[in-house]
Design a protein around this ligand. Structure first.
Ligand code: SF4
Length: 336
């Protein structure tokens, strides 16, 4: 591979021109531990620093329920088929509100309410409405739920939700029980209802081809989100995907850097999950703290296991030499 070609593509992305499918493909194929790979990460960091004016964001997610989900996404601990959580439970409304207020108190830039896909949508809207009433008006509230219609998107909006997290995942329709077109319809419904969209290329594992990474990167870009990025699949022991192992943080840093460069100048945020210094140094300007349920965890209260606190996320950004934004998420505010 000609060195100059990679340098040219990075320069093109930094100049604000969208790089094309072949160029994205080429960047994904650059081997780690090469000068070209470092230039890709340098370009990604530079672009993220510029687009978010040197400020990274920490968002806090409250997982509100646990239980077997019939969609059976093989990477998720809630999948019925994975048999991690055989029974249903939901946090009390008081507890959900208290956890959201805790995130607000410690300076999370946005607060997400996550439920499993089969959780009652009507109940979710009631909870979101109560949470909204108990947060500061300027706090950004984001829904992370299953697929929904335009009418349901409007109900979220009316409940005081500002945006949604949604993704067309790697292996959608193959390792998940969800038709990819349903995910895309949800993107559309959210947009039409005036909800800002955050998305991500996820969950990445060693089993995924460059072709699929490119396809999902382009789908993310075309969905016009306020942030994209890359998240790795966490191995759930004893589940079918565990045979593939997991991506290292170094490999994920390369992938999130390519995604950053591919998104172009209109998409301000570039996330990674789970939070790590390598990813932040390579251009991730958004990471998450988590409490309650978590589809990557086998513990029902993720803050006692995999979930990071806002404070821990601050330390990660400090180590990566990022300043953290104070106040509501600029990524979401740019679109609402
Ligand atoms: S990722 Fe969502 S839809 Fe899939 S099994 Fe888990 S909760 Fe259900």
């Amino acid at each position: 591979m000609a060195k100059s070609k990679v340098f040219d593509i990075v320069e093109k992305a930094l100049s604000g021109i969208l790089i094309d499918k072949e160029e994205i493909d080429l960047l994904f194929r650059v081997p780690l531990k090469t000068e070209e790979a470092m230039v890709i990460q340098y370009g990604s960091r530079k672009m993220s620093e510029h687009l978010s004016r040197g400020k990274a964001e920490i968002h806090g997610q409250v997982g509100i329920n646990i239980g077997p989900c019939p969609k059976n996404c093989q990477f998720c601990s809630f999948a019925s088929s994975n048999k991690v959580f055989p029974t249903n439970s939901v946090l009390s409304l008081e507890d959900i509100i208290a956890r959201c207020q805790d995130f607000e108190d410690v300076g999370a830039n946005a607060i997400y309410l996550m439920s499993t896909a089969n959780f009652s949508f009507a109940r979710y809207v009631e909870i979101a409405q109560e949470v909204r009433k108990n947060l500061k008006p300027e706090t950004v509230l984001v829904a992370n739920v299953g697929d929904f219609t335009y009418e349901q998107a409007l109900a979220l909006k009316q409940a005081g939700v500002n945006g949604v997290y949604h993704a067309l995942r790697l292996g959608e329709g193959t390792v998940t029980g969800i038709d990819p077109s349903l995910r895309l319809n949800t993107f559309k419904a959210a947009k039409e209802a005036g909800l800002a969209l955050g998305t991500c290329v996820e969950p990445v594992g060693p089993e995924h081809s460059v072709e699929e990474l490119v396809e999902k990167t382009l789908i993310a870009r075309e969905s016009n989100p306020v942030f994209s990025g890359a998240m790795r699949r966490i191995t759930l022991p004893g589940t079918p995907l565990s045979k593939y192992g997991m991506m290292s943080e170094a490999k994920m840093a390369h992938i999130l850097a390519v995604v950053r460069l591919a998104m172009g100048p209109d998409i301000l945020g570039n996330c990674t999950h789970e939070p790590n210094v390598y990813g932040a140094a390579a251009g991730a300007n958004l990471i998450w703290a988590e409490v309650g349920s978590n589809p990557r965890d086998i513990a029902g209260e993720t803050q006692k296991n995999r979930g990071f606190s806002v404070e821990k996320c601050r330390e990660i950004f400090w180590e990566a030499d990022w300043e953290v934004l104070s106040g509501p998420s600029q990524f979401f505010l740019s679109a609402i």
